[in-house]
Design a protein around this ligand. Structure first.
Ligand code: UDP
Length: 322
């Protein structure tokens, strides 16, 4: 198959490009390098079935041509990272809503299969874990910029599902739960690469809040393997899927594990949310996926567990240092 990945030089996009090429597919990527990096795909540049375009997806004639030349589109281009979102809410909302609008509009012309990347963040303040795909999305107030990300992704989901229902465009919505692994940068706030960088540099490991909030981390290799399987599954069309690892860990425990695995002398430092992000910042206390639906459809079961997940990220950061 011929596959287009928007945001293909980003963290998940670049791993997906590699997995698809490995499976024998043709891969085109488009990326404006806003948070992605050409280094992420440098090793793929010579591959005969790989093409990369450095541009924005809002260059519509170009996007239309790329969509035309492919069978499947993975729409991963988006503004991501809580730090980026809190600092640049206008950019976040515009990028995430408008980007998806143009992708769906052009994919619809020839009814190309589109995967919309969404997020566990859409469950918002819902505390009823594990989250099932049909659970309520519980948003915070609009003056709290953090929720702009969840809302922008929820709009993307609504729009995609509306295209399916009203116009017959085949779409699949995937909600990622804290996907981590090599090549992810901590620059935009993501906790694991931040902790590993801090630990290796001997800097304080900054735990925001009291560290009792928890997350379920999923290795990117499990995520992309699942996406490649889902691409061939007709029953996925018109559906929403959680993709994550239900194994839960508190952020304080994560800091301790990173410290132990790196043998770091770093202190673990608690930073109030107000200082870390903005006054009145609200966090999600827990975030655990129910993966029954994706398991039943494609047999998805995460294979990489937390110790190994951390070890891979540590190995990546060490390899970047040398
Ligand atoms: N966090 C932290 N220290 C950091 C970065 C993040 O304690 O340096 C916390 C953050 O407040 C949240 C969790 O780690 O509770 C996960 O944050 P991340 O930004 O990776 O993803 P989120 O799940 O919030 O989208």
């Amino acid at each position: 198959m011929r596959v287009l990945i928007t945001g293909g030089a980003g963290f998940i996009g670049s791993h997906l490009a590699e997995a698809l090429l490995h499976a024998g597919h043709h891969v085109d990527i488009i990326d404006n390098l806003s948070t992605g990096s050409i280094r992420n795909v440098a090793h793929l540049k010579q591959h005969p079935k790989f093409k990369y375009v450095i541009d924005t997806i809002t260059n519509e004639p170009l996007l239309a041509e790329l969509i035309d030349g492919n069978d499947v589109i993975f729409h991963l281009a988006a503004a991501v990272g809580v730090k980026l979102i809190v600092e640049q809410p206008v950019h976040t909302i515009e990028t995430n809503v408008h980007g998806t609008e143009v992708v769906l509009k052009h994919a619809n012309k020839k009814k190309k299969l589109v995967f919309i990347a969404s997020t566990s963040e859409v469950y918002g303040k819902n505390t009823d874990v594990p989250f099932r795909e049909d659970a309520n999305l519980v948003m915070g107030a609009t003056v709290k910029h953090r929720w702009a990300y969840a809302c922008s992704k929820a709009i993307d989901e609504f729009l995609a599902l509306a295209y399916w229902k009203e116009r017959g465009l085949p779409v699949v919505v995937v909600r990622f739960f804290n996907t981590v692994g090599p090549k992810q940068t901590g620059q935009y706030g993501m906790v694991l690469p931040n902790f590993v960088r801090q630990a290796l540099a001997g800097e304080p490991i900054t735990v925001f809040g009291d560290g009792t909030q928890s997350r379920s981390f999923t290795d990117v290799s499990d995520v992309v393997e699942c996406l490649v399987k889902l691409m061939h599954e007709k029953k996925a069309v018109g559906e929403v899927f959680n993709i994550g690892n239900p194994q839960e860990v508190t952020i304080l425990k994560l800091a301790e594990l990173v410290k132990a695995q790196t043998g770091s002398e770093s202190a673990i430092e608690f930073v109030p949310y107000d200082k870390a992000y903005e006054t009145g910042f609200e966090d999600m206390p827990r975030r655990v996926p129910d993966i029954t639906k994706i398991h039943n459809l494609v047999g998805f079961q995460p294979t990489v567990q937390l110790g190994e997940i951390i070890s891979r990220v540590v190995h990546y950061f060490r390899s970047q240092q040398s």
